[in-house]
Design a protein around this ligand. Structure first.
Ligand SMILES: [Zn+2]
Length: 76
């Protein structure tokens, strides 16, 4: 996994290749998640599938995934 710094906000980001072959910038830190149709957040699974659900504070849930960086990017 390649980690680099976002050129807008400087956060550590990585690129996950989607099923369509597009590289999507995501926060570098993977987090545990739970899949929930109609859930509040988009979750990029390591295999490149984007699902809806929510993040977990701890535990394993349905696995670990990446938050698309456009959801958290902010210029300082
Ligand atoms: Zn950013």
């Amino acid at each position: 996994m390649i980690v680099r710094n976002c050129n807008r906000c400087g956060a550590a980001i990585t690129f996950v290749r989607t099923k369509k072959g597009k590289a999507m910038p995501c926060d570098a830190q993977a987090m545990p998640y739970r899949v929930a149709p109609g859930g509040p957040v988009n979750i990029m699974k390591p295999d490149g599938e984007l699902v809806r659900g929510y993040w977990l504070e701890s535990g394993t849930g349905d696995g670990v995934g990446y938050r698309p960086h456009w959801a958290s990017c902010r210029t300082p």
